[in-house]
Ligand binder design. Structure first.
Ligand SMILES: Cc1cc2nc3c(=O)[nH]c(=O)nc-3n(C[C@H](O)[C@H](O)[C@H](O)COP(=O)(O)OP(=O)(O)OC[C@H]3O[C@@H](n4cnc5c(N)ncnc54)[C@H](O)[C@@H]3O)c2cc1C
Length: 325
């Protein structure tokens, strides 16, 4: 049952930020994640601040130098169907198109996708786990088949966002607005790993919101793709996923950026896999080496050992697809 809360509809970023700075305030974009959390009493709420009428947060537009600006309220459908995104930042279009169902993509926004809360069933259930300020991770000795194999520390949740990995691989930046002004940071520094904090998944402070995503023009010869493996093909979160950007020159990999989903509490940039490709032809030997490097530090927690083979497989398949593009 929904607890009582007050409702604000902001029409400017400043008003949204001021309302969201109040204790117990939650930002509402498309509501596909927040409303479920409120219904299930995952966290307390005193007020809900709708940003859906803030015009500055909408739409996709060009930036000088061939880049792109995507407003935080842009829906996943708009991103998945954008000709510009599909042509030049393909991994992002594919990641957005892989989220949930058509209804969720029509309603869900890119800002909400990046800021959605963990899907760990203990966190979402009636368990006072470490991510809620408790002193136990119930996944540690419990049902942990969907949990992290990389970078875990006292909490084993995996970040649920598909677009986050694509944006990390694409080297995107994110602009955050708050009462004290705006800052733009690399998206990799937006996410907070469990060793830094168990209580939040990103760097947003009370009153701060994501306003836009910035993408630079892709490097010459770059191709990108996103692929995720899920339990139900109809709609599901990633058991494992890979976003890959590769730029080739004279038949060899000049740059590669690889980010994995479904394996860690934040999109997992695999610099080891990237190094395994650098300067090599994109062939079966370098692809196998990259896939092996991606999981060399994997530490399964109990029931999720299968994810190691899954990551290897999804990365081999993704790189193989780019090799043939
Ligand atoms: C059945 C189901 C399946 C799903 N499948 C997937 C999936 O496969 N892949 C996937 O990635 N996601 C999935 N989702 C999660 C979710 O629907 C999407 O992530 C969606 O993009 C969330 O966007 P929203 O606008 O609805 O966010 P909201 O629900 O409005 O907000 C989500 C969270 O982000 C915060 N927030 C929203 N916008 C901002 C902003 N601009 N700045 C700061 N904070 C903000 C809110 O306060 C809230 O905590 C699924 C959800 C459901 C219910």
């Amino acid at each position: 049952m929904l607890e009582k809360f007050t409702y604000h509809k902001a029409i400017t970023v400043q008003a949204a930020s001021e309302a969201a700075a109040r204790p117990g305030a939650r930002i509402l974009a498309g509501g596909t994640d927040l409303v479920g959390c409120l219904r299930d009493n995952v966290f307390p709420v005193e007020s809900v601040v709708s940003i859906s009428a803030v015009a500055d947060l909408k739409g996709i537009g060009p930036r000088p130098g061939g880049g792109l600006r995507i407003g935080a309220l842009t829906t996943l459908t708009e991103i998945a169907e954008s000709r510009q995104v599909r042509d030049s930042w393909t991994a992002l279009a594919e990641a957005a198109g892989s989220v949930g169902t058509p209804q969720l993509r029509n309603q869900g926004t890119i800002g909400g996708n990046l800021c959605q809360r963990p899907r760990c069933w203990y966190f979402r259930g009636d368990f006072h786990c470490r991510r809620k300020g408790g002193d136990t991770c119930f996944a540690e000795a419990g049902e942990n088949q969907y949990h992290a194999i990389l970078g875990w520390d006292r909490c084993y949740m995996v970040h649920p966002s598909d677009t986050a990995s694509a944006l990390v691989a694409l080297g995107a930046r994110v602009t955050i607005a708050g009462r004290k002004g705006r800052r733009t940071i690399p998206i990799e520094s937006f996410f907070v790993p469990p060793k830094v904090s168990l209580l939040k998944e990103n760097v947003l402070e009370p009153g701060e919101l994501v306003t836009e995503i910035l993408l630079d023009a892709p490097p010459p010869g770059a191709r990108s793709t996103y692929r995720k493996v899920r339990e139900r093909a109809a709609f599901d979160f990633a058991l494992a996923g890979a976003a890959v950007v590769v730029a080739l020159a004279e038949g060899k990999v000049r740059t590669a950026r690889i980010a994995l989903s479904g394996v860690a509490a934040a999109p997992w940039r695999s610099t080891d896999a990237e190094k395994a490709l650098a300067g090599k032809p994109l062939d079966s030997a370098s692809i196998a080496a990259a896939a092996e490097a991606a999981v060399k530090d994997a530490a399964p927690v109990g029931k999720n050992e299968y994810k190691i083979a899954l990551v290897r497989g999804v990365l081999e398949e993704t790189l193989g697809r780019l090799a043939q593009a």
